[in-house]
Each structure stands twice: as C-alpha cells, then as structure tokens.
Design a protein around this ligand. Sequence first.
Ligand code: BG6
Ligand code: MG
Length: 218
Amino acid sequence: MALKGCLFDMDGVLVDSAKHHFVAWKRLAEELSIPFTEEDNHALKGLSRVDSLDRILRLGNMELNEATKLKLMHHKNEWYLNLIQGMRKEDILPGAAELIRELSDAGIGVGLGSSSKNAKLILDNVELSPFFKVVVDGNHITLSKPDPEVFLKGAQGLGVQPEECIVFEDAAAGVKAAKAGGFFAVGLGDPELLGAADIVKPDLKDVRLHDLTTWISV
Ligand code: BG6
Ligand code: MG
C-alpha cells in the first residue's frame, strides 16, 4: 500500500507537554489532598481532560458532581495555559519538525489527531501549523482514545484511507485507537507500554520518509 498520509498525536510526539500537564494536575490534586505522582501522570497519557480528572478522583476515592468537576477542569486548564503560553519552536521534540517538513515537501498529507483541546494553540506557538492540512483535536470528537474517532476524522480530512496512513503515538490508548481504526501505528517511547504498535521507536530523531514507505509497503 502506498503511503498517502501521516497523522501525529501532539502531546509527547511533537512536544513534551506532559510535564506541563503534570504540574497543573499535581496542583489540583494537592488542593484535593490526593497524592499524585509522575507515575500516575504517565497513566493519563492520551486520555481526555475529563477522563484524566476521573482517574485522579479515583486515586483519592473521591466523587464530585458535574458542576464541581467542570470548575476544577477550568482551573487546571488555566494553570496549564499559563505554562504552555511560553512554548516556542525550540520545544519541538527531536526529529519531529524535520520529518513533518520532509513529508510536506513530498506531498504526503500531514494531520493532527490529538485529545487535547489546546492542540491548535500549541501548534501555533511552536510554528508547526502551516504544515498541517487537517487538525482534529479534543474540540472535534465525541469519543476519546482508545476510540479511533480522532484518527478516522483525520484520515477523512486528508482524503486518505486508514491503510494508506501512518499514526504516530506515544500513548497506549492512542496506539489502540490507531489499530482499531485500521492504521499502521508507530509507537514512540517504551516498547513494553506500546507493544500493540506495528513498530516502536524511542522518538522521531532518526525516522525519515524512506523508513515509513518501507514499513507500510511490507
Ligand atoms: C492528551 C494528553 O493529548 O490531551 C493528555 O496526552 C491530556 O494528558 C489530553 O489530558 C487533554 O488535553 P487538554 O489540553 O484538552 O486538557
Ligand atoms: Mg500523546
């Protein structure tokens, strides 16, 4: 199958924003007197904002009504926005900008498939927006990863079939979503956590278009 499109998750694939999510969730957890570690934060990778809050509340055996949850998510997001407003192109993870530029030059459709409602803002801040033909983020989906909706909408926006498209993901929930949608999934990070991916690499540093065409045509 010829490669026609690539869909990128954002947090942990294009930029290391997980550290900012951690600071903001930690502050919220502390206000609720819920212990929250970096390990706990790893388990939130790829999950939507509300799913993340629900996990944190479960850690503290706490149940809250919807109005309170909305208020807490609003606070968390305000803190997070403060942290990401300073992000610049220097914050792009190694290899990501090079690969995206190469794909774009070769006429391969480049799209974003992120659970974050702040994705567009970050893409703009790090100056990657012009390369993205389609951006599907937390504002455009009703079902979050591991449901494939975000990537299926991305492929539709690019005008390609899932089999002609590669998804790049750093989260187990995201890899599951990609595979459920019929995509070739490249996991970025720990092979033990991303075992469901078709191939796992530590990051995008040495990943080039030539590698992608080889993987997808096997
Ligand atoms: C995902 C992150 O990309 O977006 C999660 O991996 C985050 O950690 C989720 O919770 C939602 O992000 P936001 O910016 O809408 O709160
Ligand atoms: Mg991610």
